[in-house]
Write a protein that binds this ligand. Structure first.
Ligand SMILES: Nc1ncnc2c1ncn2[C@@H]1O[C@H](COP(=O)(O)OP(=O)(O)OP(=O)(O)O)[C@@H](O)[C@H]1O
Ligand SMILES: [Mn+2]
Length: 422
């Protein structure tokens, strides 16, 4: 070969290398991505398969349910009381670690009634968190947090899982669901219709009054009160307005006594639609967590994942702890879209394949349509009943089956060692 020939061969070889190299590089990434994608898909297919072949015990009513039903209904029944102060004092002694209230206590029904009936004596904006909320004082004594209604029950929040504003009634639902599942880690919450003029504006401090717009109709002179409040996302164009009697719906959230610490969730989303978090693509994500995090904390977070999956709260970017145990504060972003289930809220369960034995036993008590039914029965007394639409109720049942299916999938993988008693 002459010199020119050698140069041409070299150029061709280099070009080939570059093209092939780039191609291999590209193929490598394609495969890696496909591998991750297929593992998420494979899991979904596995769950689909498991759901089709669920044992009848998961689909039928569990006779053990009757042992719980009457006790629950009795314990949470709104009951007349004499002295609200005494009840508040009792309830403020209740919390122990992350258990906010006792399993059964004759004061519970009375406490619920105080939240419904006691006079609101002072109101101010509460600029904690990012959404509109108020701090209210009941009968010059007990402080509660108030979150107002933004949407009617049948409003479908489109978009990503954390879209939209708070769904006030979800906070009440979460309280009763926690009670039923024995995850008594939520604040005590009661729905209430409140008068924006006579109860909020009239008892509000100056700063709050400045965040309420009063408009008078030129036609009939009728006033409309609209609150925009003070918070990160608050602005004058997004308001909660009273009806013709100035009433608004909202929820009274009992303040959890003690110190809460806020921590970043390991399964936090990026909150950027174009950017995915590591846990979203890595099915082995839990492996490293298991060595970094105490098992009890991990088990708490798995309970939280099941709870959040049932109600479709995909916004637990941080979780809060009380005495080193996880509490379920802020459940307002649940029940956004009844037509869509976000399986990835369950990632802590299917990636770690661990669950507290007590949680697993408890979930099975409420199989066969009973879970949504008992929450419905309990919440019948609430001022906001029905808390959710029938479509959302069916969603809760559908997702409970998914939880059963995922646990079955984990049992195949891990056997009985997936159940923990911590
Ligand atoms: N019932 C409660 N008892 C004690 N503290 C509470 C209670 N509810 C809320 N808080 C405190 O107020 C903070 C804000 O409340 P919350 O998380 O409900 O607001 P948010 O506007 O939804 O916040 P974010 O936008 O971060 O989700 C909480 O982080 C918590 O520290
Ligand atoms: Mn929130």
């Amino acid at each position: 070969m002459n010199k020119r020939g050698v140069i041409i061969v070299c150029i061709i070889a280099t070009l080939l290398c570059v093209v092939l190299g780039a191609n291999f590089y590209f193929m490598y990434y394609l495969n890696a991505e496909e591998g991750q994608l297929s593992s998420v898909r494979a899991l979904e297919n596995m769950i689909r398969h498991k759901i089709r072949h669920l044992k009848p015990a998961y689909l039928n009513r569990n006779p053990r349910f009757f042992m719980f039903r009457n006790k629950l209904l009795k314990n949470y029944k709104l009951t007349a009381y004499e002295n609200a102060s005494v009840l508040w004092e009792i309830a403020n002694w209740w919390p122990h670690e992350n258990e906010i209230y006792p399993l059964y206590d004759s004061s519970m029904g009375q406490l619920l009634k105080t939240l419904r009936d006691e006079p609101i004596t002072k109101v101010q904006n509460l600029a904690r968190g990012t959404q509109l909320k108020l701090l209210m004082r009941l009968n010059n004594q007990q402080k509660v947090i108030f979150k107002p209604q933004w949407y009617p029950r049948d409003f479908v929040v489109e978009g990503v899982v954390y879209s939209g504003k708070d769904r006030h009634a979800a906070e009440v639902y979460a309280f009763y669901l926690g009670a039923v599942l024995d995850l008594r880690w939520t604040p005590i919450v009661v729905g209430r219709v409140v008068n924006l003029k006579k109860e909020i504006y009239a008892n509000g401090d100056q700063e709050l009054q400045h965040t309420i717009k009063i408009e008078t109709s030129e036609e009939d002179g009728k006033e409309t009160y609209c609150l925009y409040g003070k918070c990160h996302y608050c602005n004058e164009d997004e308001v909660v307005c009273g009806d013709e009697k100035h009433n608004i719906e909202g929820v009274m959230i009992y303040i959890v006594p003690g110190t809460l610490a806020k921590r970043r969730s390991p399964w936090q989303r990026t909150y950027k639609e174009e950017k995915r978090a590591p846990w979203e693509d890595d099915m082995t994500y839990c492996k490293s967590l298991k060595s970094k995090m105490e098992t009890i904390r991990l088990l708490d977070l798995i309970d939280v994942a099941i709870f959040d999956y049932l109600i479709q709260n995909g916004d637990r970017h941080h979780y809060e702890t009380r005495e080193e145990r996880v509490v379920l504060i802020d459940n307002g972003k649940a029940f956004g879209n009844p037509n869509k289930d976000h399986l990835d809220i369950l990632a802590p369960l299917y990636q770690c394949c661990l669950i507290r034995k007590s949680t697993w036993d408890r979930l099975q008590v409420f199989s066969g349509g009973v879970l949504s039914e008992i929450v419905d029965r309990l919440s019948k007394q609430d001022a906001l009943y029905p808390l959710i639409t029938d479509k959302h109720k069916r969603g809760v049942e559908r997702r409970l089956l998914v939880v059963f299916a995922v646990v079955e999938y984990c049992m195949d993988k891990e056997g009985d060692k997936m159940f923990k008693t911590l």
